[in-house]
Design a protein around this ligand. Sequence first.
Ligand code: ZN
Length: 337
Amino acid sequence: MTHQPRRQSSQLTFNHYTSLFTYKYKAHAFVMCVKGDWAFLRSAFLMTSGWSSEAVCWMCSATKGSAGPEMAMTNLSGDWLDTMFEQDPWLTPPALSLLQGFHIKMVAPDTLHCWHIGHGRDFLASVIVHLAEAGAFGDGGVPLALKEATRSLRAYAKAHKLQQVKVPLSRESLEWHAGVYPHLNISKACQVGVVHKWLAHLAETGLIADSLIATAVWSSHMFLDTVVGGSNFLTQEAASRAHAFGMLYLLSAVRLSTTALEARQLRWFIRPKFHMFHHIVLGVQHRASKRNPHLDAVWMDEDFVGKAMKLLRIIHPAQRSTRILQRYLVGLPGKLC
Ligand SMILES: [Zn+2]
């Protein structure tokens, strides 16, 4: 971009643009990480594997079970662990793979998509259903139990200054119906985090009597708490802690799911995103750099896309790309200081 914009909304903005266009910057770009939702990654990298395929993963040869128990994604110590990054996940190299310095390891699963809008919603919904059935929220029947659960959740959020979950916990919001697995159906991913914190609080206060469920809730919360609160590059101690919490959760979740399956109960659903979450846990320990996997989450990116989309709706199509880049550049000088 070499021209100055015709109109400026403020002197501050004008100065920023002036400094950017007065001095010549030589930009160097390197691929550090490619992240986004699974549908985007699958499309951008022409992946032959995916959630709807028997081979689920772009990083290893794990399957849903057709290649035997040793290659099953639910086998936490299966042979698929020895196949990581052995094969390209595409038949024809996609354009992005031709970028200088690119390696498939740079395509990262992230906690937002794998937990907050993925497997975490299955797990947390099953916990709430279990507690309601077990009488943890009173024994007046499911509707009253879920009403009490909602009251408890909101009181916890208010006491800890967390975002309120406006959607009440109900059979609808938990997708608690015959013939389907429960799934926490609330719109905002950050509110899934609030529900998770609340359940971890209940586990710590002893309201979750089942020790395996309490362990799963607590360990998953501790894993996310460790990485979210960690530095950009985790210390060895923090990485080891996060890995231990993550593996404890994965083991507990598989055991819960297996027990429910044997009892022919639709609880503790394990979908392919569970396997991606497993890779995040493995990466905490195995990444040589100890780069925090929380950096791969796309919370801010999704925010930017939302803001950009609002702008796009009010900008003439001929100027959209330029205007979006200009708005982005407003914040750039501060980053370059
Ligand atoms: Zn895998």
